[in-house]
Ligand binder design. Structure first.
Ligand code: ADP
Length: 167
């Protein structure tokens, strides 16, 4: 449908956290379709492969309530974000804002993307108070040091992290 409002939510998702899942659910409610773009991003040295990260995001989406999962698609991508947005006919680019520290980077990215693709609007959703402190990088750090991450990620992800790090 040409009038469908399509958004993309890009990230590395290494791994997907409760904070990401919250943004995905809230963004999907605002749109007809949400494409979660999993960045291949080898530069970030992810601990899960691109196929694993896509599979883990898909699994988490199946647990979203109110039929939201039907509106969400998960795809790997590489290259320029705005090219990916155009490829999937997205006019909205969703980002999550956790703290003032995220703002500078997100503002700069949004401004540069707006120059390159004025047809794609960046929409930042404020992190929920329950999840604003969660970052994939810290979750990995805690898991590597043997800490309990079950408050920050789903039981499925926590298990996969343990398998990857100690399996
Ligand atoms: P990136 O490589 O783009 O930083 P991430 O997977 O770390 O990828 O994050 C993807 C998006 O999700 C970013 O917009 C980030 O700010 C947002 N995000 C990450 N963690 C949270 C959280 N706990 N609450 C809300 N948004 C978050």
């Amino acid at each position: 449908m040409a009038s469908e409002k399509i958004g993309i939510y890009p990230g590395t998702f290494d791994p997907i956290t409760n904070g990401h899942s919250d943004i995905i659910g809230r963004a999907a409610r605002l749109l007809d379709k949400l494409v979660v773009g999993v960045a291949i991003n080898p530069g970030k040295g992810p601990i899960f492969t691109i196929d694993e990260r896509v599979e883990l995001v898909r699994e988490e989406i199946n647990y979203l309530k109110n039929g939201l999962a039907d509106r969400i698609e998960v795809r790997p991508f590489t290259g320029l974000l705005i090219d990916f947005a155009h490829e999937v006919d997205a006019t909205v680019l969703i980002r999550g804002l956790r703290a003032v520290s995220d703002f500078d980077y997100e503002f700069q990215m949004a401004s540069m993307n707006a120059k390159m693709a004025p047809d794609v609007e960046t929409v930042c959703l404020m992190a929920s108070d329950k999840y604003h402190f969660i970052a994939s990088s810290l979750v990995k750090e805690i898991a590597k040091l043997g800490g309990d991450v079950t408050q920050f990620v789903s039981p499925r992800i926590s298990e996969r992290l343990a398998e990857r790090l100690y399996g």
